[in-house]
Design a protein around this ligand. Structure first.
Ligand code: AMP
Ligand code: MG
Length: 294
């Protein structure tokens, strides 16, 4: 997934090493299997246009992506992978020719170009998928669940800024999780989370400035083929980190209009940062500062 991870666990001292080793092994393994940057099954899916879904994690990410694509009105769409590549992210981003964007837009569109059965995924020729906007959250969910299953009293797993944390109810740990300021690198806010996930996406992590001075980031609007302009950053508090991760990415594209169209109960709270000529505006909806979050 091309990023950093951190894991904090509360557990009996004699189990700490085994828990940390297992969580690290799992995150590395998921990274290898779910990343388009690695030579795993997903890399081959893009080469061959088809893959077996006998791998439970790949199947879970594909199935979650299928529903999150629909729920976000196509703002989150793994077939944006071809556009991400055309724009040269992450290694060497640059504005592509208009004809290039038009031709790759023809290879973008999950519902039109991807079909999923119970045991395989098949894509139209030339389609490139990238699950990077949801895989970090999925891996955080899995590592958190594994740590708790192995007897942790409380745990926090953070992968590339997406956080899944919680605690056994009788342990009662409440985590304080920071939201990064999208411009000055400091903290925009902190949130108390007892059980849940907090994901943030934005235009500050992987971007370049074009000749007109516009900031263009690696989150691409699948409907236009151009980098997202909906928000500077979006944070989502949810029960599940794969949902929070995908929805946060989608909200950078769709902003408050998309936030207003999400089904009731999908997420717990949303924070969106917008910038215009008058400066930075931070909007919050939902239950941000209560606990427990369940
Ligand atoms: P995140 O850091 O979770 O916001 O994910 C960003 C990554 O998602 C990018 O590096 C791309 O690989 C991928 N991506 C870009 N645009 C989209 C999109 N519209 N839908 C799904 N994934 C995307
Ligand atoms: Mg995301």
């Amino acid at each position: 997934m091309g990023t950093m991870a951190s894991i904090i666990v509360y557990c009996p001292p004699d189990t700490a090493e085994a828990l940390m080793e297992e969580a690290q092994r799992l995150v590395h393994d998921l990274d290898r299997r779910l990343s388009v940057y690695e030579d795993g099954r997903l890399g081959r899916l893009n080469e061959l246009g088809t893959a077996s879904l006998d791998d439970a994690d790949l199947r879970a990410v594909v199935t979650a992506s299928d529903s999150l694509q629909r729920i976000t009105g196509g703002a989150f769409d793994p077939t944006a992978g071809g556009l991400v590549r055309l724009w040269g992210f992450p290694a060497s981003p640059a504005v592509p020719a208009r004809e290039g964007i038009d031709s790759v837009l023809g290879l973008t569109g999950w519902e039109r170009l991807v079909s999923i059965s119970s045991d395989s995924i098949v894509m139209a020729p030339g389609v490139m998928v990238d699950f990077g906007a949801a895989a970090k959250g999925y891996a955080a969910d899995r590592a958190y669940a594994t740590l708790m299953d192995m007897g942790a009293s409380a745990a926090l797993v953070e992968i590339g800024g997406e956080v899944r944390c919680g605690s056994r109810s009788d342990f009662g740990k409440v985590w304080t999780v920071g939201i990064r300021h999208p411009r000055d690198g400091g903290l925009l806010d902190t949130v108390r989370v007892e059980q849940g996930a907090l994901a943030t996406s934005g235009d500050y992590e992987c971007f370049f400035i074009d000749s007109a001075g516009h900031r263009l980031s690696h989150i691409i609007d699948p409907s236009s083929g151009y980098p997202a302009q909906g928000a500077v950053s979006a944070s989502v508090l949810s029960r599940s980190c794969v949902v929070a991760d995908a929805v946060a990415t989608a909200l950078v594209i769709g902003g408050w209009e998309l936030a207003d169209s999400l089904p009731e109960g999908l997420v717990r709270a949303i924070l969106i940062v917008e910038v215009d000529d008058d400066g930075m505006r931070v909007g919050r909806r939902g239950e941000w500062q209560d606990s427990p979050n369940g």
